[in-house]
Design a protein around this ligand. Sequence first.
Ligand SMILES: [Zn+2]
Length: 125
Amino acid sequence: MHELSILMGMVETAEQYAREQHADRITGITLEIGEMSSVVPEYVEFLFPDVTEQTMLEGASLTIKRQPVCVACRDCGQVYEWRKEKYRCPGCGSESARIVSGRDFMIQSIEIRREDGYDGSGQDH
Ligand SMILES: [Zn+2]
């Protein structure tokens, strides 16, 4: 389960960001996980409470968004969403393509709270 080390890195990045913003708590985090990423969202959800314990992320809400896999045709350059069942360029019918997105794991947004009551998200919860 390499999700654990990935999550620990994520916590570090989020805490660093929060400190830069002079926040004392992180109230929510949104992660984007590519459909072709090796990170399993179910593991991330499962591990999240343990990994964030006694960090600024403790008790934060977790949102996971899936990023679709997009490929670029090697023959005509068209970018399209990749699906297992129809892996073929809609432009020229070529089956040769390279992945351009969908393998990533990233932090999409972080909601922070400052002692002075500033809500980083600008939203009500
Ligand atoms: Zn094509």
